[in-house]
Write a protein of this length. Sequence first.
Length: 275
Amino acid sequence: MDAPLSPGLYIVATPIGNLGDITLRAITTLRGVAAVACEDTRVTGKLLNHLGIKQRMIRYDDHASTETRDYLLALAAEQPLALVSDAGTPLISDPGYKLVRAAREAGIAVTSLPGPSAAIVGLTLSGLPSDRFLFAGFLPAKDKARGDALAALAAVPATLVFYETAPRLADCLAAISQHLPGREVAVARELTKRFEECRSGQPAELIAHYSAHPPKGEIVLMVGPPGEVDQAAVDVDALLQAELAHAKASQAAAAVAKATGLDRKVLYARALELK
Ligand code: SAM
């Protein structure tokens, strides 16, 4: 018999594909709590069923009503309550932030049980520098907003980690090639599942590969840090021309210098030639 859990909120990470990745502590906690707050009762119901656990489930996401959140907080103040998401670590591009914040403010004990998260699995597989990384969640879907988001991250001295979907991968790779030119990119797909793969290279190589082999499933997309820029892979003229379409030569040179780390004066001279 497991020792009874004290009251509080238990954040429980669950598998991102391979059910064997559930931890022993996650199992005892899911068994020992009074209820499980989850995004989708069907998805969590399948996991609990697989583990042979019968448990009360309460649907919760960050758009839930204040009443639902208050109800969960009242429950967690008196009894142990688990929070799970459909897969992986709750709060990481998943619901939970508002509940955890409110629980802490209310003085309710919060415990986080570590386990799978696609961002970490992708990063560790990618071969990209892992000493510093910036997790940026999902990029915006619209071209302009996505370009702006990438430009804002261009100077960050770290590997960038994004969550992505298969239908948007080609557009994202094209945007990376434009806004973060010359950077090595890695696509980690279907992690911990049967068709797991991690493929790296320049965006153009990956676009060519995935147009011949349309990707399926879930994706973590990573971009190496600016120091790792492959200058030979940068099409400087194309970048300058894209900027010159809406900016003066000096501004175009400054923007391309920021994105590539190339010398601004050299770029300015080339921009004047192209104009
Ligand atoms: N909280 C989850 C975590 O910790 O990994 C992430 C939830 S987020 C809503 C879902 C996204 O995570 C997917 O669109 C995909 O980008 C990524 N993802 C989840 N499982 C994955 C897997 N098995 N392989 C690759 N990416 C995955």
